[in-house]
Ligand binder design. Structure first.
Ligand code: KIV
Ligand code: ZN
Length: 502
């Protein structure tokens, strides 16, 4: 049984999804979750791309134990030096450098010939190797590169010291039978291939990223690059949960598995949604809301008789527990903390106190507090930003014969400001009041509301994305009252925007 390494690039390629940018605190929180999940490598960012990316790599490298921490770098001296600066104090580190190799890229984008691209790649792998032992090289657009030339580049970079050679299907063009054959050709033709791990990095433009990655495993790939929920550039990257669960469920075919603690999958997926504001489609494999829902009577009948009739994965395997009553309004801080620890959250005293206060407020309104409610509640602690704006009071009136009106009191720095506004609906009226108090110029890109657990007393979760001056952020709010949750989400987004501006 082979162990396939999971190289998670949610924080780098995943962040390249439009609107998915994350701040350093959010990246750190996600990196900690990736470590709990058991990924082998975290690509924490692209050090030269921005000061925020640099800071994130450094911070994650200093605080997250377990996985190797990696920075991306173009095959350029300044990129590699910047990656090294971000990584130098990190115990387990990797530099991942890349250069295009396809004629299309070399001719139109770089305006250099194949020989020059090969020389640059080798030179930069050697430079990276002078800083760290663990160097990965990617021939970008590999699947549209002449195979003979691709093999020459791979052989040369291994000779220069690359320990991992990553084969990217950069534009998501390949199909499984072809991609598998390419990996086989590389194994057959590159003389020193046994000195490196073959990795694959598939994009999902034709919806084939997971299939292509699995086909590569069947042909000898030892590392898969992927993202949680499959987020990433354009149609996204290979989805971590899909590829991991395919390997686990069909070990009989792949004779391979990963180090992933699959019970942490659901929580990781929810955290990514919360932080990026990118929801998962309901019918998405493994983590979609309907992935374990059975509608047809025939299926339900079979399931009641024997689960394996229509269920190939037990929901518990990915951390999807049947919602169960755990806490109520009489529960104390101790029980609250204990349950959070059982769910995998380690909050400090200050975070516990603040989450506990909100728990009590919710427990006053809601009879049963489910695990999912607790997850939503504490995730607010993880995505905390300095609060310039905080909600003091909100009053709504609306009805069939009444114009929706919101009177909202907000603390702005140390001042309390109150405004009353009308709107097309109560949420609109609330947003107008907040806009008027904060005088924000931001544009609302997205507003989404969902119920976390069933029932009319469910905790409502709101995610909204706003944009100003090309900066986009998403805010999150949870409350039994969706109007309050909406206000919280908008205020959270405005606080993040203010922090980003600073
Ligand atoms: O898609 C791609 O080619 C990449 C490389 C940087 C590996 O993301
Ligand atoms: Zn990519």
């Amino acid at each position: 049984m082979r162990t396939i390494k999971i190289f998670d690039t949610t924080l780098r390629d995943g962040e390249q999804s439009p609107g998915a940018s994350m701040n350093v605190g959010e990246k750190l929180e996600l990196a900690k979750q990736l470590a709990r999940l058991g990924v082998d490598v975290i690509e924490a960012g692209f050090a030269i791309a921005s000061p925020g990316d640099f800071e994130a790599i450094k911070t994650i490298g200093g605080e997250v134990e377990g996985p190797v921490i990696c920075s991306l770098a173009r095959a350029k001296e300044e990129d590699i030096k910047r990656a090294w600066e971000a990584l130098k104090d990190v115990p387990e580190k990797r530099i991942h450098t890349f250069h295009s190799t396809s004629d299309i890229h070399l001719k139109y984008q770089f305006r250099i010939d194949r020989e020059e691209a090969l020389k640059r790649s080798v030179r930069m792998v050697k430079l990276a190797k002078s800083f760290v032992d663990d160097v990965e090289f990617s021939p970008m657009d590999a699947t549209r590169t002449d195979t003979g030339y691709l093999c020459d580049v791979i052989e040369a970079v291994i000779e220069a010291g690359a320990l991992t050679v990553n084969i990217p299907d950069t534009v998501g063009y390949s199909i499984p039978v072809e991609f598998g054959a390419l990996i086989k050709s590389i194994r057959d033709r590159v003389k020193n291939i046994d000195r490196a791990v073959i990795s694959v990095h598939c994009h999902n433009d034709l919806g084939l990223a997971t299939s292509n990655s699995l086909s590569a495993v069947l042909n000898g790939a030892g590392q898969i690059e992927c993202t949680i929920n499959g987020i990433g550039e354009r149609a996204g990257n290979c989805s971590m949960e899909e590829v991991v669960m395919a390997l686990r469920t069909r070990r009989d075919i792949f004779n391979a598995d990963t180090n992933i603690n699959t019970e942490k999958i659901m929580r990781s997926s929810r955290l990514v949604t919360k932080i990026t504001g990118m929801s998962v489609q309901p019918n998405k494999a493994i983590v979609g809301a309907n992935a374990f829902a059975h509608e047809s009577g025939i299926h339900q009948d079979g399931l009641l008789k024997e689960k394996s009739t229509y269920e190939i994965i037990r929901p518990e395997t990915i951390g999807l527990h049947k919602t169960k009553f755990v806490l109520g309004k009489h529960s104390g801080r101790h029980a609250f903390r204990t349950r959070l620890v059982e769910l995998g959250h380690t909050l400090n005293d200050e975070e516990i106190n603040s989450a506990f206060k909100r728990f009590k407020r919710i427990a006053d309104h809601k009879k049963e507090i489910f695990d999912e409610d607790l997850e939503a509640l504490v995730s607010d602690e993880f995505t905390m930003v300095p609060e310039i704006y905080s909600l003091i009071d909100l009053n709504i009136s609306s009805g069939t014969k009444q114009k929706p009106t919101a009177t909202l009191k907000l603390k702005v720095n140390e001042e309390t400001i109150e405004k009353t506004e009308h709107g097309d609906g109560p949420v609109d009226a609330v947003f107008k009041s907040i806009t008027s108090i904060t005088d924000t110029k931001s544009k609302l890109l997205k507003y989404e509301v969902k119920a976390i657990t069933g029932g009319t007393d469910a905790l409502g979760e709101v995610v909204c994305s706003i944009e100003e001056d090309d900066r986009s952020v998403s805010g999150h709010g949870a409350d039994t009252d969706i109007i309050i949750a909406s206000a919280k989400a908008y205020i959270n987004a405005l606080n993040k925007l203010a922090a980003r501006k600073k």
